[in-house]
Ligand binder design. Structure first.
Ligand SMILES: Cc1cc2nc3c(=O)[nH]c(=O)nc-3n(C[C@H](O)[C@H](O)[C@H](O)COP(=O)(O)OP(=O)(O)OC[C@H]3O[C@@H](n4cnc5c(N)ncnc54)[C@H](O)[C@@H]3O)c2cc1C
Ligand code: FES
Length: 265
């Protein structure tokens, strides 16, 4: 884990509540893998004290990018940052997705719900570089929640777009599109990031068809590197339920390992 307290912001794009910041962080960039995250200080002053976890959205040359939805005070402050200013970032943290060379030449699905699309962009590019055929399944509540759809399309990714209200792409949940697409041709692997109910459904669909799947989970985080126990999750380790830390042992877990039963958490 490295700290870059003065990563220079070199780009900013915004679509309503969604913001993409690009910044120079060469040493972190050299180590970064898809699915890993950064702990980002959202303000230059002492408040808010806690850094916010954000997935690594892209890596281009020596720059990294984060893509986030304004969810509360911290992300609203971060959204005010402009090119020329600096960001204080810590990372790369967590385990990341399995970008396995055995996926070369195979079909893989990347399923993102809302802001959960953030780490899948980096993943999609790394999988493409490996020679995998990547299908993006991107869902949001309305057309305003799928701002990266045009980018995936322009960059020639095979994409299935869904919105709950039908204002862009197919009407319905992204998991319905997953079921349909997996029914037509099962991929070698499914990667997913999004809200818990979506991830739970992805896990069910993958299990029913015997497709390996990896899910990137979220939690509120205090430290991001295993010190505070603020991010525990119940998973099966060697078949038995156990408490693990999402920041250190995750955020990516095999779908079959995640215990969704709320009472068991
Ligand atoms: C490993 C990891 C990677 C993440 N990557 C991204 C990303 O790439 N892009 C992105 O937009 N967001 C991402 N998140 C979520 C992001 O960290 C939170 O939205 C952010 O911390 C909220 O901070 P805030 O101060 O703006 O909101 P707060 O004021 O702290 O909270 C606003 C609302 O969001 C809820 N909330 C806060 N944090 C979380 C959380 N982690 N999970 C679920 N609900 C939460 C709160 O309960 C509250 O209702 C990630 C979270 C984790 C754990
Ligand atoms: S956030 Fe502190 S242990 Fe995970």
């Amino acid at each position: 884990m490295l700290k870059n307290p003065e990563a220079k912001i070199v780009g900013r794009e915004a679509w309503g509540d969604y913001v993409l910041l690009r910044f120079e962080a060469p040493t972190i960039s050299a180590l970064a893998r898809p699915g890993q995250f950064l702990m980002v200080r959202v303000a230059d002053g002492p408040y808010p004290l806690l850094r916010r976890p954000l997935g690594i959205h892209l890596r281009k040359d020596k720059a990294l990018g984060v893509f986030f939805k304004i969810a509360g005070e911290g992300t609203a402050l971060l959204a005010r940052k402009r090119p020329g200013e600096t960001l204080d970032v810590l990372g790369p943290l967590g385990n990341g997705f399995s970008v396995d060379p055995c996926l070369a030449g195979k079909a893989v699905f990347a399923v993102g719900g809302g802001r959960g699309i953030a780490p899948l962009y980096f993943l999609a590019w790394e999988l493409r570089a490996l020679g995998a055929a990547v299908k993006i399944l991107y869902g949001g509540r309305t057309k305003d929640d799928v701002p990266l759809a045009a980018r995936f399309r322009d960059e020639a990714f095979d994409q299935v777009l869904t919105t709950d209200d039908g204002s862009a792409g197919r009407e319905g949940f992204v998991t319905a599109a997953l079921e349909e697409e997996a029914g037509k041709a099962a991929p070698a692997m499914i990667f997913a990031c999004g809200p818990d109910p979506m991830l739970e459904a992805v896990g069910r669909i993958a299990a029913a068809r015997d497709i390996p799947a990896e899910l990137s989970l979220e939690s509120r985080m205090g430290c991001g590197f295993g010190a505070c126990w603020g991010c525990v999750q119940r998973v099966r380790v060697d078949g038995k339920p156990a408490w693990v830390k999402i920041c250190e042992d995750g955020p990516v877990f095999p779908a079959e390992a995640v215990v969704w039963d709320k009472d068991a958490r």
